[in-house]
Structure formats: structure tokens, C-alpha cells
Design a protein around this ligand. Sequence first.
Ligand code: ADP
Length: 522
Amino acid sequence: MSPSEERTALEILYSISRELAASLDLHTVISRVLELSTEQLGTVRASLIVLNSNGQPVDAAIIYDGKPVSTTTEQMNDIIQFGLAGWVVRNKQPVLLSNTHQDKRWLVRPDEMGQKDFAKSALCLPLMAQEQLVGVLTIVHPQVDFFTNEQFKLQQAIADLSGIAIRNAQLYEDIRTARVRYHDLFEDSIDPILVTDTEGRIIEANRQAVSETEYTRQELVSLKISAIHEIPAGKIEEVINKKNSDETVKYESRLHCKVSGSLPVEVYASCITIQDKDYIQWIIHDITERKSLDTLRADLSAMIYHDLRSPLSNVISSLEIMTSILTPEESAHLQQLIDIANRSASRMQRLVNSLLDINRLEAGQPVMQKTAVDVEQLINEAIDIILPTVQNKELDIEKLIPAMIPSLLVDEDMIRRVIINLLENGAKFAPQRSKITIGAKLNGNLITLWVEDRGPGIPDEAREQIFEKFVRLRGDGFTRGLGLGLAFCRLAVQAHGGKIWVENLKDGGSRFLFTLPAALKG
Ligand code: ADP
């Protein structure tokens, strides 16, 4: 290159770098690169395809007959998969073709097939940024042997500048999209979101914050966050301390609205950093509904306790007294009826007690009355309760209990109801004259108990679900329960530190297993 040619090349590079620095819009950048390259080389046909990090084409600029033309994704895909550009994409190497006719990599466009002399010269360059391919630039001239080596080199320098400009434009685009997305999420969130500085001064508030607090956005930004809800002592410091841990500080409070009083809320506060400065983001979730459900639950428990449990106990003790004062003759006539009344009342009592336990255990109350309970005796008592169904269906009950098994350390009444529940379910689903097995086995400090039946089993997808409240499977043909039995079993077993799960038997039927602490000495 002569000194004057070198100077021109430098001037071109300088003007291109200034032009590229002037815009961050991806399409403007690639159109300018293409225009400047074709201008500099005096060609009329060129294309620049931009690729994302997965190597897929995302944008393109094409000049044909000296004019920009639009392109489809399909065309972009064709260009980067086949022909010369395809080769450059795969090899990440620039190519100078003096005569396209003599190179197999060159694909002749269908509309040029008929032309006598379709040989041309072409340049094809990978556009790289930080060793990553961000695009491919192809420049074509109708004459063979058109491009000089100097032009090729200059074009490579232009390609290097363009690669970086494209990458910057892509990064800018990514940041802009992320900002728009965050802004949309922020504005459209169904919960109020506020952003404050670390002193608690409100800086931003979303639509929902404005609507729920009844303050305007201007009013909110003149307030401190503590003016609209009570912050427990030390919470702001806790949020700031958790800055680098991605953790959120959660607490309950009351949101003070401008006009209509206050409402119960759950607050999620976390520290966020924007341009090296710390801020606090407050997400405020209205829990009015949950609170009223809590009240309803408490009222319901109180109702069950006073209005059902006490009268039921009276019925049961009256029946007991009646049995004890009956003469042998009266007893013969009445005993059967008293038995039925007794069984029904006891069943209701078990249901009421389990409902109360569900409420207590869900509220996190621990099991208080743990005593050492003999496994076999507990199982026998439970079998006794389901005896009428066993006899009706002529079921065979098999017990597998090792003679030397230690006692359980449990709330006796609660765990008896767990076993009864599982036996009742097993007996309900067991086919006529089939076998139900109940067993126990010591495993370390725990005793595993299980109840097995030959019924239809539990579908795999429902094996977890059936332990949730109000979940019932097949209603057809079977008496429908409330769907609370297994939920109670799981809460009761977990409150004793154990686990409960279900397996399907190879030949049909299900096995419910659960673990409980053994009363081990020392
Ligand atoms: P329910 O009060 O309806 O009996 P459970 O919580 O005890 O509620 O059981 C939930 C569901 O699990 C039942 O509706 C039933 O379909 C299914 N199920 C429970 N035990 C068995 C079993 N031994 N065999 C087959 N299905 C069972």
C-alpha cells in the first residue's frame, strides 16, 4: 500500500468508527456498515446478517442493485447455512474469491442460472466480538478479479470495528428490553411495590401502590415508607445486612390508607442496587382474606369444641352408664342397639377430635401428651373398631408384629385414630373376602407401621396429593368421605417427627407406611 493509499484507508476507518459510535440502534448500525462498505468498494450487492449467541440470524441488511431490500427469516437462514456465508459462519475465517465461478462454496442464485456469464468476485467476512461470532458480511462485485488484497485487509479492519459496534448495540438492546420488562412487571404487579432509599424515603411507587394506599404518586414520593405502614424495629437494618444474599425480609404489618383506614398486609422487603447505589424494594401483599379465614377457622374450632364435642361426650358417657345399669334380661334385648349407638357416637367423636387436631397441628401446636404405648395393643384396639366392616366383607386381617418390638412414644388417642383411619380406608377399598395386613417393624429409633389392602391402589400421580386436605379420588361406587382422613394422618405423624407415604403393591392394592418414635430406654 502506498503512503497515500494508507492514509485513505486510515481516514475511512476513522470515519467508519465515528459513524458506528454515533448509534446504538442495531439495525441502524448494520445498515451503516453495509452502506459504508459498499460505498468504499464501489459495489452494488452486499449483505450483513446478525447472529445471536445461539448462532441464529436475528437481523439483516441487504443491498441489491445498489438499493436496500427487505429479507425474511427464511432467507437469512438460507444465507448462513449454505454457500459462502455458511462456510464463513462455520469456519470463522474471512474469504476472498476472485472468481466465484471457480469456487464450489459459491451458490448461484436461481435468477442468475440462465445468465451466460455469472462469474463475479466476492468478499465474505466473519464479524467477531470477544471471540464470538456476531455476524457475517458478504460483498459481491460483478467483475472477476475485482478486489485487491489491500481492499480485503481494509474490509477486515472494518469488519472488526463492526463486530464490536454490533455487540454493543446488542448489549444495549438487551439492557433496554430488560428495563422495559422490569418496568412492566413493576407497573403491572397485582401487589403494591414501592422503592425507597436506605433512609426509607419513597422514590418510586407502582400503579397498585397508588390505588391501594389512595395517595397520588406525587404524595407518595413526599412520604417515608414508615408513614404508610409500621415497620418492626430493626427491620431496615436487617434488610441492608442481607444485601448480598438475595434474601427477603418478611413480616406482617398494617397498611395505612389515606382515606379508608388500615388493612392487614404481609411485607417482603429486599435490598436492591441500582447504579452502585442501595435501595429498598417493598412488596406489600394484602392478607385481609387470609386473616378472615384464620378468624373463621378459629370460630369453627370453637364451634366444634363447644357445640359438638361436649354434647357428644355426654351421649357416650350416658350410653356407658345405661349399659352398666341394665339387668341381664334387658341387656339381651338392648345391647345390640346400644352397641350401634356407641359405635356411631364414637365415630363422630373421632371425626370431631381429628378436625380439632388438624386445626391445632396446622397452627403449629406441638404434641404434648406422649406416653409409651404398646404397639400390639394399639393395633388390636384399632382393629376392634373396624370389626363390623371386617365381618360384613368377610375380610381376613393379618398381623405382622414382632414379639420383642418396643413401645411407641406417642399421643395414644391421636395415633390410634391414625391407624383406624388407614384400616377404615383399607377395609373400604378391599374386595370382599380379601386380606388386609397390618404390620410393625423397628428401624433404629423409629418404628415403621404399615397397612396393606388388595383394593384398587393409588394412581402414581395422586400418591402425594391424597395427603392434602379435601382431596378425594374416585367417588364412583364408594362412599365419599370428606378427604380429611389422610390429611389428619400426615399432620399427626409429622407432629411426632415421622413420615407417611404410600406404595402400590405388585399384584394390586396399596400399602400405607408411616414412622413413629420408639420408646427406647436410655
Ligand atoms: P376420605 O375421607 O375421602 O376417605 P382420605 O383422606 O382418607 O379421605 O383419602 C383420600 C382419598 O384417597 C380417598 O378419596 C380415596 O379415593 C383414596 N384412598 C385412601 N385410601 C385408599 C386405599 N386404601 N385404597 C385406594 N384408595 C384410597
